[in-house]
Design a protein around this ligand. Structure first.
Ligand code: OAD
Length: 233
């Protein structure tokens, strides 16, 4: 059985990582246009680096751990006869810490930097500053967080599209369904005759398209769903 799972910020909420779209419409106190666009980075690289530095420090602070939803998805992938493709919009590393391998980070990763000079990516755990030197080419001032900003092309799109069309199940967990192309995968799945399930605390913008839904916190609903799949086999 082939299962494609798409996760969003909601799966990491119970681990203490804030979601993007809070009730005040702000993203940790910043307007999203001030920190998550290439234009913002060109205009104010210090602000943008500081914003991601804060998030990286928090992720590595020891306060953040995978929750049962991350752990159960890793367990599901180890079951014989089940092939999981795990796609995440999240830039944290909680799926990896839970034991998932080969995660497709379509919006990039906070713990990687990319050099706009040589194009190489490198692992990063320290703060990035405008003067940080690229470990690959030695040039200063060209490193940026390896995250996908608004207006940029997400990663792995072809691979994800193929996996969705070939799946038996498409399961979306903790995403608002507002940001494309990720929000469009449920329609791709439906058009390909793939069974679709949404797990979310609340209604999302695409809830009406899914065949089935489980409402509630991912930390409770995902373990319940995974247990059901395993028990049924
Ligand atoms: P959002 O912040 O837009 O949505 C979070 C979703 O998670 C909402 O639908 C909530 O109802 C749900 N949620 C919150 N807590 C939950 C919980 N404990 N259990 C289950 N669901 C819960 O986050 P995303 O949809 O991931 O992109 O946002 C998509 C993209 O927008 C992000 O990857 C980022 C952002 O701009 C880029 O930076 C390119």
């Amino acid at each position: 059985m082939k299962i494609v799972i798409l996760t969003g910020a909601g799966i990491s909420a119970e681990s203490g990582v804030p979601t993007f779209r809070g009730p005040d419409g702000l993203w940790e106190g910043h307007r999203v246009e001030d920190v998550a666009t290439p234009e913002a980075f060109r205009r104010d690289p210090v602000l943008v680096q500081r914003f991601y530095n804060m998030r990286r420090r928090f992720l590595l602070s020891g306060a953040v751990h995978p929750n049962p939803a991350h752990l159960e998805l890793a367990r599901l992938a180890l079951q014989p006869g089940i092939e999981v493709t795990l796609v995440t919009q999240n830039i944290d590393d909680l799926h990896e810490r839970a034991g998932s391998a080969g995660v497709l980070h379509m919006h990039g990763e906070l713990l990687k930097a990319r050099c706009e000079g040589c194009g190489e990516t490198s692992g990063i755990r320290e703060d990035l500053e405008p003067a940080t030197i690229c470990p690959e080419c030695g040039e200063a001032g060209r490193l940026r967080p390896d995250v996908v900003w608004f207006g940029e092309m997400p990663y792995f799109l072809e691979e994800i599209g193929r996996a969705v069309e070939a799946a038996d199940w498409f399961v979306s967990i903790g995403t608002s369904g507002l940001v494309y192309p990720a929000a469009g995968y449920v329609s791709v799945a439906r058009d390909a005759g793939v069974r679709t399930l949404e797990i979310n605390l609340d209604e999302s913008a695409t809830s009406g398209i899914f065949d089935d839904s489980l409402r509630g916190p991912a930390g409770e609903q995902v373990p319940r769903w995974v247990a059901g799949i395993i028990a049924a086999r």
